[in-house]
Design a protein around this ligand. Structure first.
Ligand code: IPE
Ligand code: IPE
Ligand code: MG
Length: 248
């Protein structure tokens, strides 16, 4: 059973003046969670979706400006068709279940990645959610779908070359700040804190351009067991770090 008083204790340790503006999470470990319980992987993804609901709500309550959740990578197409199908179903059910709450909580949904090849139903539901949250001014929620860091850089270069062809950009003036506006995260700050549960110590093609100075926080807990407490722990740890950005 979760001890709610523990939440409150951890919350008290958070310095609300020094919150990370942008938190990114690699939501990993759903399959292993299910396996440990002798359940099909699908159950792990379903439980993982519940954690999405909890963490979106906790982050928005804390006052985080931007939350990015890695839900499906460009490499995840290598999985069996039936697993991909179940992930698409879960995506649709997440939106149907949560859209109203996102609107109510002033959360603006944004997709990073290319969903043009997603099944029609998943795509239409996602587009509906983007449309209905378009004018929200609270937390930006980026869901990374068919997302890969390398793909995003190439997408950025293609966009940039288009503008170059149209005479909209002078290559001599190009710098990292201008380039970042050609990426999916256009206009958003780079992640301050990247969280990866499940015990894997790797990036798995996530936000390669944006994580230049991001603080990493790893945990062995599997995503379906991730809780608000874990989020608070990560933030408290983050706030103890000395970020130098190459300076002294
Ligand atoms: C994360 O959990 C969800 C996706 C990548 C879609 P996994 O499905 O990767 O779970 P593990 O890593 O096999 O435990
Ligand atoms: C990363 O997890 C992608 C998502 C969480 C969506 P994976 O499970 O796909 O990563 P690897 O294969 O362990 O690197
Ligand atoms: Mg995994």
């Amino acid at each position: 059973m979760k001890d709610k008083s523990y939440d409150t204790d951890l919350l008290k340790l958070i310095d609300f003046k020094k919150l990370p503006k942008h938190i990114a999470i690699i939501m990993d470990g759903n399959g292993r969670w299910a396996k440990r319980k002798f359940l099909p992987r699908y159950f792990g993804h379903q439980e993982g979706m519940k954690r999405v609901i909890d963490i979106v709500s906790a982050s928005s309550k804390l006052g985080i400006d931007c939350l990015t959740l890695y839900a499906f990578s460009t490499e995840n197409w290598k999985r069996p068709e039936e697993e991909i199908e179940s992930l698409m179903k879960i995506l649709v059910s997440y939106i149907r279940k949560e859209l109203e709450k996102l609107v109510e909580n002033n959360v603006k949904l944004n997709i990073i990645g290319d969903i043009s090849n997603f099944p029609t139903l998943a795509r239409t539901e996602v587009e509906r959610a983007i449309f209905e949250t378009e004018n929200n001014t609270g937390m930006n929620l980026n869901i990374a779908l068919n997302y890969g860091g390398r793909d995003e850089i190439i997408y950025g270069i293609k966009n940039l070359l288009n503008d170059y062809k149209l005479g909209k950009i002078n290559i001599d003036n190009l710098n990292s700040e201008i380039f970042s506006n050609y990426l999916y995260t256009k206009g958003q700050p780079d992640p301050d804190l990247l969280i990866r549960p499940s015990g894997e110590l790797r990036i798995s093609n996530f936000m390669l351009y944006q994580i230049a100075y991001t603080e990493f926080w790893f945990s062995d807990v599997l995503w379906p067991d991730f809780s608000e407490d874990k989020l608070y722990e990560a933030i408290i740890d983050f706030q103890k770090r000395n970020r130098r950005f190459g300076g002294l």
